[in-house]
Write a protein that binds this ligand. Sequence first.
Ligand code: G6P
Ligand code: ZN
Length: 542
Amino acid sequence: MIQTVTTTPFSDQKPGTSGLRKKVRVFAQPHYAENFIQSVFDSLEGFEGDTLVVGGDGRYLNREVIQSVLKMAAANGFGRVLVGQGGILSTPAASHLIRSSGAFGGLILSASHNPGGPDEDFGIKYNIGNGGPAPEKVTDAIAARSLVIDHYTIVDAADVDIDSPGTRQLGDMVVEVVDPVAAYADLMESLFDFGTIGAMIAGGFTLAFDSMSAVTGPYATEIFERRLGAPSGTVMNGTPLPDFGHHHPDPNLVHAKDLYDRLMAADAPDFGAASDGDGDRNLIIGRHCYVTPSDSLAVLAANAHLAPGYAGGLKGIARSMPTSGAADHVAEKLGIPLYETPTGWKFFGNLLDAGMATICGEESAGTGSDHVREKDGIWAVLLWLNILAARKQSVAAIMADHWATYGRNYYARHDYEAIAKDKADALMAALRDKLNALPGTSNSGGTIGSADDFAYSDPTDQSVSRHQGIRILFDDGSRVVFRLSGTGTEGATLRVYIERYVGPDGNLAMETADALAPLIAAAQEIADIRGFTGMDSPSVIT
Ligand code: G6P
Ligand code: ZN
């Protein structure tokens, strides 16, 4: 039954920030997905007879690639595969399933917040036994293997029914189709005070959750509407669709504009939130009050003890380098360590495993904790709801109180999308060349204190990751950071992160754009973005 298929390598299968992401038409080439899946299996050792988890966000190609994974897992010697019913597993639910089942690892099929459909994006990511994205040494091995692969193995069998729950046989391997939602919802119920949140909702607190026609629909409906008693209709766009109903499932102010407008309206609900394609990102908007992801991390960390799962306090906080320093002020006050890692959730896994950090977050709308090894959109929403229920204050009041205590890190990210790769590389190279000359010079942003190319040394295994972004640090604590995105599928995206800190006694009520204007001008001056890219303004500001 096992077939050996001869193949030739593809030169573009090196995983990026979060797995291999490509256009559907690239993945749909004969052998493309199979080559990558075999490269993953070939890079792992000791999984014979063991369990693999597989599921995805339901996007276009999800079902087809799941069949390839099942048949190849059987041919490669896995003993059992757990697959979410209908092929559905949100990224955090997959992480939980890997951990709770003691699986060897898992394959998550998603391109996260990128659009889906025949002309859009697909992706495959391998997660290790701790439930988190594979570390760089594994993704490097997969990339190396993909360049020399000459065959893959697959069982010759009919497609497996993944729509009805239960156990079936595929060659020597067992396929178990599991409920994608129940165990995850139970985990959430064990961390948060559903009684108090439910009482707040019963008492008239109103919320809106936008699933963006992506994977969180069934999770959000079960948790917010069934278990917490929010009225039906609380969950918007709650059915996962292969093309996300043409939504761009990225929960930011551009792509979740309907939700934003609703929260800014005169009759706005008390709270609004959204998640992305695979359910790991979150957007938080209070009534007439948008919360930046970096501020959200800080508020969640400062108030986490109000939720039962974190009543014992936090061991540490971790944030990615481009994320604002708002959480640093909280860590300082709590007297716990703050870790600054490169962009990519995979860098948090070791800190969480070692018990060094409890809560992690990124500017890219990701927040999570040691309950799984992925960021978790619904988790962040529930922690916010738990805090609101415990403090009995509005989001706006909590933000104002937070800034008055810790000061405010004004923050924005400017993305320049679809730049030719050589131009983006040239811009970064020119920046690197002038790093040594910058300290001591002044510009519209102030005087530059230091400038470097961020490198991270993992405190648990001493592995070093270099070239993780150019940091320009000003004397007054302001920052401009430049890096190229590792998740795009076309051309290059330049990200410019701009941050200015104002202490508790300063002006905490400026418009973000005004507060940052001098630094934005400085970024243009230092990097000559217009000259290199030909773009006068960013494509997206978040
Ligand atoms: C994914 C990763 C995050 C990362 C984000 C942006 O969501 O899981 O860890 O922050 O992409 O990455 P990028 O390389 O595009 O800035
Ligand atoms: Zn995602």
